[in-house]
Design a protein around this ligand. Sequence first.
Ligand code: NAD
Length: 340
Amino acid sequence: MRVRVGVNGFGTIGKRVADAVAKQPDMELVGVAKTRPSYEARRAMEKGYPLYITGGGNPAEFQDAGLPVAGTIQDLLHSVDIVVDASPDKVGRENRKLYEAAGIHAIFQGGEKADIAEASFNALGNYDACLGKRTLRVVSCNTTGIARAAAVLRQGWGVDHWEVTLIRRAADPAETKKGPINGVMPTFQLPSHHGPDVLTIFPDLHIATLAAVVPTTLMHVHVNHVRLTRAPKDAKEVTDTFRRNPRFRVFAPWEHVDGTPQVMEYARDRGLGFNDMMENVLWDEGFRLDNRDAYFFQAIHQESIVVPENVDAIRASMEMESDGRASIAKTDRAIGLSRA
Ligand code: NAD
């Protein structure tokens, strides 16, 4: 039997998660919840996703827009086994009361504090520890990127210490009210919140993070220095290991991917849903090894990296698959991310 899933909040993350869930053979997307009519609500209707009203939205507005509504958020919650909350930062905490009242499992996003859920989640990082938890929080885009890389490096060579400088995108492409549009804004929180957030996945990791926001909407870029516990044979051993793992894309020099504009052009050429780039992006040329010290760049597409993680979080929470790697393979095959 397929697990019944609802998505509450249909913005940048919610609409992507809904599409990914709809493609999974072991899940049924029962409906999506919107606060008001919009081009995104119209698309939900065109895709055949039943629309529910959430967040105090006004049914008359949907009626005036000609968008048929299947019911309220409470109606949706009573028809599903699990809900993915993709509401704006901090709104999930209020929504949690609705999920508790409906007695269903819930997946929250990285804009919520860690204590909103029983555990924070990353598919490569701690799938096993999340099995059967009624509430999970998929960590933020940057934390997901670091956690994936940490899972690979820890398993391969061990990590003694890690320093990351995060060059953060200012806004998502559709967000026109955020900035800066001309400036580099250091985050005067030292360390930035990302390091402590990674500890919700790997509590024993020695990691320090610094961040600055720059005027771009395409991707975040992480500048990494990792001291490994054991020295790899050479840089290729590490980049080949990343290549073999799911959810990494390592670009070779001959591909001429010079930075985030070419990464996103590649994503457009590839043409997955929303032209997304759900993998951590690394470069052979952007990786250097000096004995146990690894230096590398990775780019993170903030709008999509957490999408497959939400699908795996559903499987872990509902105990639909006990093996994290098997869940990752299923998810990726269904959304077309699989290289196999
Ligand atoms: P968004 O603003 O694009 O979408 C949020 C949606 O929720 C909007 O459609 C909004 O109308 C709706 N909403 C408002 N109030 C609501 C309520 N009470 N109940 C349900 N829905 C409500 O935001 P987003 O970028 O999709 O972010 C959602 C979550 O995902 C946040 O926790 C965020 O931190 C996290 N996240 C965002 C990104 C990113 O780069 N956009 C990356 C990773 C994680």
